[in-house]
Design a binder for this molecule. Sequence first.
Ligand code: PEP
Ligand code: MN
Length: 337
Amino acid sequence: MIIILKQDAPEQKVRQFCDELKGMGLEINDSKGSDTHILGLIGDTKAIAESWVLANPVVETCRRVSEPYKKANRKFHPDDTAVDVSGIKLGAGHFAVIAGPCSIESEAQITDVAQRVKAAGASLLRGGAFKPRTSPYSFQGMRGEGLDLLKIARRATGQPIVTEIMNTEHLPLFENVDLIQVGARNMQNFELLKAVGRQKKPVLLKRGLANTLEELVMSAEYIMAEGNENVILCERGIRTFETSMRNTLDLAGVVMLHKMTHLPVVVDPSHACGQAWMVPQLAKAAVAAGADGLMIEVHNDPPKAKCDGAQSLTPDQFDELMAFLKQEIPFFGKELN
Ligand code: PEP
Ligand code: MN
């Protein structure tokens, strides 16, 4: 971090400030020119908030020159990380497809979709039991009963399961889930991030609707700082001025995330565009952008879906997409599992 001091800052106050910084274990590179006085902080500045520095009356301005995240930072872990979800790897050359309905609706529905997406080549099964809905009057998910049905589907197909947690109190219910999803709306629910960081199951962290890439990586850092380094990031579209689609899929963000972090990045084109006809093309584009996996909503009868039917592929449409992906993924240097 570089700190520029005010021209007229009293020397004694500057000394006090420097002592305070040294007390935090930092070294200071002090350079005083004829009209600028700059302090270069050397050491781990991730716990120093810019707002704290700026609040000191001797400071004119300050600038961070290293990122505030460490465990997730590519600079400290140059190699890609592969996250293992009950034997299925994502990242470091491993590509996996997560597919299933937005929400679990019945045993027949989830088991039928599970069998179809497994046969098509998806290695992980998704299904929401606790649903974050904009309206309190919309279907809220089957909750605990939904989790039980998802486990029944897992027994039928052997696919590891992925489902969303919304509340720290529900954590005991998720003990038997293979990959715990933290949804877009909870990306900055810091208590939830800490709680999933204190347990061992891998976490799928979705980008918030209006969050920067750095904020997404900082949320991953929250989980990792608690001891759980098995974090998979998910780009699922962000809010922009565009209204013709549900969200705007930030594929440039996928490329940038791979520079910022060593963690795997999956893309969810379904929530990004909100329209089934767009999903296959966006899925292909995500592969070309370097995604380590895809999350695709598939429903056995989309017009009757209780949630997100418009963006759900039918099993036949999903078959077609998977046939294409099986052919194309090796061209991008990845192995589909
Ligand atoms: C979901 O995956 O069903 C979901 C609610 O996603 P998001 O948090 O990205 O909106
Ligand atoms: Mn959905």
